[in-house]
Design a protein around this ligand. Structure first.
Ligand code: AMP
Ligand code: ZN
Length: 118
């Protein structure tokens, strides 16, 4: 059962497999894949399988899912041997730099990060 939003959503299409991606991790709630335009040696996107437009669209009923996404990031970081450190980023809305309206975590690692971000 798809909403109109989900039918036209790039990351929903990646989750369902109609647009190809390089899978990094998956379970019943989460799909993670390589970013097509990597900003670090490791750049993985972690998305919920269900369509959620942004962090700003979530409510209290989705907190377990949000924790699950973060836990998946930590698990992938361990698999990728990022013991020296890494960064997890969530862009929200136009000012946050979000370009795909399906909630996603960026896992970036394999180089030293700078602060503040742009
Ligand atoms: P954001 O700007 O936070 O919305 O991040 C969207 C991310 O999706 C960017 O880092 C893009 O490089 C990435 N992206 C866009 N299209 C694809 C795709 N087809 N496969 C993998 N990553 C993608
Ligand atoms: Zn979607």
């Amino acid at each position: 059962m798809y909403t109109v939003e989900a039918m036209s959503c790039l990351f929903c299409k990646i989750v369902e497999g109609s647009i190809p991606s390089t899978a990094v991790f998956q379970d019943d709630r989460v799909y993670a894949f390589a970013d097509i335009n990597p900003q670090a040696p490791v750049h993985v996107l972690i998305v919920p399988r269900e369509h959620i437009a942004s962090l700003d669209e979530t409510d209290a009923s989705q907190r377990a899912l949000l924790g699950h996404l973060l836990g998946a990031a930590a698990e992938i970081a361990r698999t990728k041997k990022l013991g020296k450190g890494y960064r997890v980023v969530v862009n929200i809305g136009p000012d946050g730099g979000q370009t795909v309206d399906h909630l996603h975590l960026h896992l970036l690692g394999g180089r030293a990060m700078t602060w503040p971000p742009g």
